[in-house]
Design a protein around this ligand. Structure first.
Ligand SMILES: Nc1nc2c(c(=O)[nH]1)N[C@H]1C(S)=C(S)[C@@H](COP(=O)(O)OP(=O)(O)OC[C@H]3O[C@@H](n4cnc5c(=O)[nH]c(N)nc54)[C@H](O)[C@@H]3O)O[C@H]1N2
Ligand SMILES: Nc1nc2c(c(=O)[nH]1)N[C@H]1C(S)=C(S)[C@@H](COP(=O)(O)OP(=O)(O)OC[C@H]3O[C@@H](n4cnc5c(=O)[nH]c(N)nc54)[C@H](O)[C@@H]3O)O[C@H]1N2
Ligand code: SF4
Ligand SMILES: [Mo]
Length: 720
């Protein structure tokens, strides 16, 4: 039996500290919340613990190579030899001939190493991560408004807030340990919980006020609330004058409250109530209902505008996007995706030189653009512009929109899949690199409030399985041998390397080390020295509490705010609602949306239902009226959901929390994205995963199973 050892949960970006212990036989025994961890103080959620200890996925235990159409076991020398020869050959025809797709489920160390290899080793523009399916709109909004990514508030602000507005997110299910803090604060004397969601979600059911807009109209609604705030004189003139720019232009662009409220399908009284709520100390949290839209960036910016206009910036208030995957934030800071480590701007010549120097690569090898984003990279594959695609800790054939298109694009390239489990994408691979997973790998992650915390190994991975950093190092060694100092990559050395690159940036990690993390368990950036840690961002009111910050006169507060924008001021926006990319019509009269259930995770690779499950993790929820209106489409508890792209057979769960006309399908059904469309936000490249037009029809009992051998699933259907 090993001693208990601190580590971090990797099942969501709340970032709970765990204590783990493994038995002498190397089998995993148990995890429990770490009472000393500053993030969760010992609390955990049942899904996190269960999925950590006992994931239901099928492990990949040895390297695999496709021969005669079938994946067959082989050895590491063979797969690494094949992979490197293919990559070297592809790079002869141009750096963009290799695509690399990473993940918010990699450690900082693996994400940094993969980014360094993709950008500095291969020099490809076609590199991105699944975080673009998730947080990209929030990232763009922060960068545009404040000059830097990541939320200004931290968990410490939650108890000090009075109003908690949760917009397009369901943290009671998706971020349970964080939600308990929010609910505690909202349940206090001055507390109020407001939820904006077309569905009466589990979180909405707890709310003092639930506002239910038409799907995809959040920008219209947010702008209606802004207009009401202005009309009702709820603006904080002093904050606006001293610390922001663009207010007048924003006001000039606002819609008429009545018209915008009608567009959103929300009564004007609800708009007034939402506006009035911002007259208290308000935190605005948002999630995928906002980000996953062609207007995601614009909507997130309007939520930031609401905070700026009402002076809700500063301790106890502000815009707080809810990051999804455990290390999406680390991916944003370390992975050289849309910015260089430490958010150094991708296009800035001085920063590019600094990175090229640090990596010892010619400046000309760094790609001149950060690339078109996850979805459009797949389009390049489909156009035969890319010979090799390497995925790490992501399952794009299930997680990406318009999955039939993704599947055929991936089938046409030489596909290298690095995964711990037998995913839907593994089934398409030409080569599979078996990776260690949680409890077997060393590294660090960063949670949604910028806290860096260690993950540690409690046991050895299966004999033929390697840690992600080892696999990335082995490929690098064969393709660009001088990129890393050593052939065997050491997580601590990688952390020190990336944190040195962040020195002096807005995401300064240079005061954080493995040694410090062993003592303090978790440290928030910016951390430019070895003792302090980051608090509320852009605000230099150390020690000031929330009351103090709000009551400070402009003179007191003047020197306290500095935003890393050109002017030093935060910026208002003025995007207007344009509509959803695929409105309903006669042929496709229902709206499909997708979201999360309590007992399943993302594309379900680690949470596939077994024979005893009731199917709720994959069944479509719909209002009894929707069922009554489409009675002929149901047969033995199943229906076919059909969109312009595909048709999928699903189990049905009648559910009056879902409004009539909406079909709510869990993202955990790996067939869900056969239906969705690939339209994306032009500013963030994030796809519109939350709405498309569908129809229901009766199951055709001759349809074939398209989910591959890994799926014991409800979602079956036909390519159409
Ligand atoms: N149990 C569980 N927890 C998870 C995950 C999981 O798979 N399972 N995944 C993790 C990850 S990667 C992420 S990104 C987070 C996501 O966490 P959330 O963002 O909370 O998750 P979702 O359920 O995708 O979407 C949130 C809500 O958006 C609503 N919604 C849909 N369309 C609209 C719309 O047009 N407007 C508005 N306002 N709302 C809309 C849905 O009804 C849903 O209640 O969860 C993380 N935690
Ligand atoms: N329609 C619709 N689609 C969506 C969403 C939605 O709300 N609606 N949500 C989107 C969001 S927010 C997200 S984050 C994406 C997620 O999309 P994906 O990345 O496609 O899905 P996951 O199921 O999270 O897949 C993660 C993979 O990483 C593997 N893995 C886990 N740990 C490790 C490790 O340590 N090393 C390696 N090498 N592999 C590992 C797992 O086995 C799994 O196969 O889905 C997106 N797709
Ligand atoms: S809330 Fe998230 S980080 Fe915490 S235990 Fe649950 S899944 Fe893990
Ligand atoms: Mo996500």
């Amino acid at each position: 039996m090993t001693d208990r050892e601190p580590t971090t949960c990797m099942r969501c970006a709340v970032g709970c500290g765990y204590q783990q212990r493994a038995g002498d036989d190397g089998e995993f025994l148990d995890v429990r919340g770490d009472d000393d961890h500053p993030t969760n103080g010992g609390k955990t959620c049942s899904r996190g613990v269960r999925e950590t200890i006992d994931p239901s996925g099928e492990r990949v235990t040895e390297p695999l190579i496709r021969r005669g159409g079938t994946l067959r076991p082989t050895d590491w020398d063979t797969v690494l030899g094949t992979v490197s020869v293919r990559i070297i050959e592809a790079l002869r025809n141009g750096n963009d001939n290799v695509a690399v797709l990473g993940s918010g489920q990699q450690t900082n160390e693996a994400a940094y190493a993969l980014g360094k290899l993709a950008r500095g080793g291969f020099g490809t523009r076609y590199y991105d991560a699944n975080t673009t399916l998730c947080m990209a709109s929030a990232v763009q909004a922060y960068v545009q408004a404040f000059g830097s990514d990541a939320p200004p508030p931290t968990y410490d602000d939650i108890p000090d807030a009075e109003t908690h507005v949760i917009w397009g997110a369901n943290p009671k299910i998706a971020h349970p340990v964080l939600y308990r803090r929010i609910a505690d604060s909202a349940g206090g004397d001055d507390g109020e919980l407001i939820v904006v969601d077309p569905v009466e979600s589990e979180t909405a059911a707890d709310a003092d006020l639930h506002v239910s807009p038409e799907p995809g109209t959040d920008l219209a609604l947010a702008r209606a609330v802004l207009a009401q705030v202005v009309d009702d004189g709820l603006v904080d003139r002093e904050f606006i004058e001293h610390h922001t720019e663009g207010f007048e232009a924003m006001v000039g662009s606002l819609p008429d409250v009545d018209v915008a409220a009608e567009t959103a399908g929300v009564p004007v009284e609800r708009v007034s109530e939402l506006a009035a709520a911002f007259d208290a100390r308000t935190l605005v949290y948002w999630g995928m209902g906002v980000n996953q839209s062609v207007q995601g960036t614009g909507t997130a910016r309007s939520l930031i505008d609401l905070c700026l206009a009402t002076g809700n910036l500063g301790p106890g208030s502000g815009p707080f996007s809810l990051t999804g995957q455990a290390n999406s934030m680390g991916n944003r800071v370390c992975a050289s995706k849309s910015s260089w480590p430490g958010y150094r701007p991708f296009d800035d010549t001085a920063h590019r030189k600094a990175i090229a120097n640090a990596w010892g690569v010619p400046l000309s090898r760094l790609p001149d653009s950060s690339g078109p984003g996850f979805v459009r990279i797949i389009d390049e594959l489909a156009r035969d512009n890319v010979d090799v695609c390497w995925t790490v800790a992501t399952n794009p054939v299930a997680g990406m929109p318009d999955a039939n298109h993704v599947e055929s694009a991936l089938e046409d390239t030489f596909l290298i899949v690095q995964d711990a489990f037998r995913s839907d994408t593994v089934e398409l691979a030409d080569v599979v690199l078996p990776a260690a997973t949680w409890g077997e790998s060393e590294g660090t992650v960063m949670n949604m409030e910028r806290r860096v915390s260690r993950v540690s190994a409690a046991r050895e991975p299966p004999a033929d399985v390697r840690q992600d950093v080892d696999i990335i190092g082995a490929v690098a060694d064969r393709v660009v041998s001088d990129l890393f100092d050593s052939t065997r990559l050491d997580p601590e050395a990688l952390f020190d390397e990336v944190s040195a690159l962040t020195r002096g940036t807005t995401a300064d990690l240079s005061g954080i080390s493995y040694e410090r993390l062993s003592e303090e368990l978790a440290v928030r950036w910016p951390a430019p020295d070895e003792t302090g840690e980051g608090g509320y961002r852009y605000y230099d009111g150390d020690g000031a509490d929330a009351e103090d910050a709000r009551d400070a006169t402009p003179d007191d507060a003047d020197g306290r705010w500095s935003f890393p924008t050109d002017s030093g001021r935060a910026r208002f926006s003025n995007a207007s609602h344009r509509g959803v990319p695929e409105p309903i019509d006669e042929a496709y009269p229902l709206t499909l949306t997708t979201g999360r259930r309590p007992d399943a995770y993302n594309t379900g690779v680690r949470t596939r239902p077994d024979a005893d499950d009731d199917g709720s993790a994959t069944a479509a929820r719909m209002h009894p009226e929707t069922i009554a209106d489409n009675l002929r489409a149901f047969d033995r508890g199943e229906t076919v959901i059909e969109s312009r792209r595909s048709a999928v057979t699903v189990g049905v769960a009648p559910d009056a929390h879902v409004p009539p006309g909406l079909v709510w399908l869990p993202v955990h059904n790996p067939a869900a994205n056969r239906l969705t469309l690939s339209a994306a936000d032009p500013e963030s490249a994030e796809p519109n995963l939350k709405q498309c037009a569908v129809a229901l029809r009766a199951p055709d009992r001759t349809t074939t199973d398209i989910t591959g051998s890994s799926g014991q699933l409800n979602g079956t259907g036909s390519h159409s």
